[in-house]
Design a protein around this ligand. Sequence first.
Ligand SMILES: [Fe+2]
Ligand SMILES: [Fe+2]
Length: 181
Amino acid sequence: MKPITGLRRDHAAITVMMGVLEKLCAKCWQGEEINPNHLDKVVEFIEVFIDRYHHRKEEELFAALRKAGIPLDGGELGTIPEEHASLRRYIRGMREAAVDYRKQPVSGMYKFFINAREFGSVYLRHLDKEKNMLYPSAEWVLTGGEQEVLGKAFERIDGETGPARLVEFHLLANRLKDIYC
Ligand SMILES: [Fe+2]
Ligand SMILES: [Fe+2]
């Protein structure tokens, strides 16, 4: 599989999970109870699949683009690398909230809602910029050889994350979609 195709496949699972997150926020807002295990799983997906796996691959892509003469330091494309770092505070907030929720459901739910809404509003736009600008630019600018090198880096990251765990994340997104969407 070509490396950018792999990133698009990640986005498909991420988009499913963003839909689940939106439904969870609506439930929080209505004061409905949420299964704490589901909250943990959603946060694990965001921490591991999105931040440690997908973003790590994209950081390899940023490096490849810079090497190919695309600086990524201004305009709409330039905000993409910064957003990976700035979103981490909301991811941390969601993790803390999921832990708090088991002890103090009202404040835990409120904290989860605030962080998830902020994360969602920035991240949906982020995904859109990547889909419409970053990925097409990469396919246009990177040569076949450069894409092959990038693909090898992605294979290494796949191996470190664990292929079985990756399959599990895709299944999790669909399982939660069946419950909440
Ligand atoms: Fe990204
Ligand atoms: Fe992405």
